[in-house]
Design a binder for this molecule. Structure first.
Ligand code: CU
Length: 138
């Protein structure tokens, strides 16, 4: 009795395994496609934060109340800007229009970037496009 039941179960197994394997593969492909569509089109690659303690931080921007404060900071070439995230549970990021500095999505902590060249660098927050700021390097 036990042997015949085991035999039936084994006989049925390969078909079921193949079918669920195909479903799993299809599901993974769908998830991968969604990640590609939502990730790559909306946000450039993250640029690692500099170590704030070892660079010349000349301006600090607070990310709070859905606002970058102050919205405009001016530093010299070689100096850094630090953004401090402090907006409760609301996640923000800092994304340069030219992709030269890009933070992770964060609710707390900080992000520091050293500006090596003169210029005007606009940035925004990717989930909240109306949040904007500018770093002027001169
Ligand atoms: Cu935001």
């Amino acid at each position: 009795m036990v042997h015949s039941h085991a035999g039936l179960a084994l006989a049925g197994r390969p078909t079921r395994t193949r079918r669920s394997g195909a479903l799993l593969a299809a599901a993974l492909l769908a998830v991968a496609a969604l990640l590609v569509l939502s990730g790559c089109s909306s946000k450039p690659a993250v640029v690692a934060s500099a170590e704030a303690a070892s660079v010349d931080v000349a301006a600090t921007v607070t990310v709070k109340d859905m606002t970058f404060t102050p919205a405009s900071v001016t530093v010299k070439p070689g100096q850094a800007v630090t953004w401090i995230f402090d907006d409760g549970v609301v996640e923000h990021d800092v994304v340069a229009a030219d992709g030269s500095f890009v933070s992770e999505m964060m609710t707390q902590g900080s992000y520091t970037h050293v500006f090596t060249e003169a210029g005007t660098f606009d940035y925004s927050c990717s989930p909240h496009p109306r949040m904007g700021g500018v770093v002027i390097v001169e």
